[in-house]
Design a protein around this ligand. Structure first.
Ligand code: GUN
Length: 284
């Protein structure tokens, strides 16, 4: 089977061009640019890198961004106060609270406190509800990016067996709903799934999002399957590895995403997209 590498950077570049163009139009017409506020609590090194990359990408497309860096000991009330301020800031169209939050902070309470019309991560229960209903407002960035990649490569979803490996609110659950809305037959697998190999082997499309390096092996994958790897796992060597054993699986997949350079760039791109859309909606 001849495999095709799904190039997340290429798909991203296309969408970012569109974002750039539309941002420029708004700037000329309204003297405004989309604004993103990133809130980072604590010192998690990976989160610091993610926020830095998100802000750099904002700058690349003409989106204003600001970072609110709070100490690990920040209280829930202090964080709520900052979010309230950002909710009322007319220059901010998107608010991103980088996860994970420290243990003493109630994550769902914080995510619910972000104004739903600035919830560019799509994590607010109202936006989760809109997505569930099939009338999405803000779609979580990683699953949205996955669908955009499949569309870019004209990969058929309708009627296909899609297996989502992982059931997080950020990736697994919304990815499953989006694939279902594209008329796939969707199975969600997780740590308690019996006969995981059997389920995976039936998949025409696999979305691997379990956070275990090289978990998906060649023998678990059907010849010709489309394999989307969401994992970003840091190996002891310092190298990044996906949830899929790329070297093996690429031999039988029809399409496969690499790590890095696959899903990762798309996640950031869809965040930029949501921030632009938020401003466009507020302008009317
Ligand atoms: N932590 C891991 N992924 C994400 C994401 O998509 N958004 C936010 N805010 N935090 C994350």
């Amino acid at each position: 089977m001849s495999k095709k590498i799904i190039d997340g950077k290429l798909v991203s570049a296309n969408i970012r061009e569109e974002i750039k163009k539309r941002t420029k139009v708004i700037k000329e017409k309204y003297s405004r640019v989309p604004g993103l506020a990133a809130v980072l609590v604590g010192e998690d090194p990976a989160s610091q890198i993610y926020v830095r990359n998100k802000r750099k990408s904002c700058a690349d497309v003409g989106i204003y961004s600001e970072e609110h860096k709070l100490s690990e000991s920040t209280t829930q009330d202090e964080l709520l106060e900052l979010i309230n301020k950002l909710n009322n800031d007319v220059n901010i169209n998107g608010i991103l609270v980088q996860l994970p939050l420290p243990n003493h902070i109630d994550e769902s309470n914080i995510l619910s406190s972000v104004a739903s019309d600035k919830d560019v991560d799509g994590f607010h229960p109202i936006n989760a509800g809109h997505l569930f209903e099939g009338k999405p407002e803000f779609i979580p960035c990683t699953p949205h990016g996955i669908i955009k990649m499949l569309e870019f490569y004209n990969i058929d979803i309708e009627g296909k067996n899609a297996v989502v490996l992982g059931r997080s609110n950020i990736v697994g659950k919304p990815a499953a709903i989006l694939l279902l809305q594209k008329n796939a037959t969707v199975t969600i697998c997780h740590s308690r799934t019996k006969n995981l190999n059997h389920e995976l082997k039936k998949a025409d499309i696999i979305v691997a999002a379990i956070g275990k390096a090289h978990f998906v092996k060649k023998e678990m994958v059907k010849e010709g399957a489309v394999v989307i790897d969401v994992g970003i796992n840091r190996l002891e060597t310092g190298k990044l590895a996906g949830d899929v054993d790329f070297d093996q699986v690429q031999e039988i997949a029809s399409f496969i995403t690499p790590v890095p350079g696959g899903v990762g760039p798309m996640t950031i791109t869809m965040l930029l997209w949501n921030t632009l859309i938020s401003l466009e909606k507020s302008i009317g």
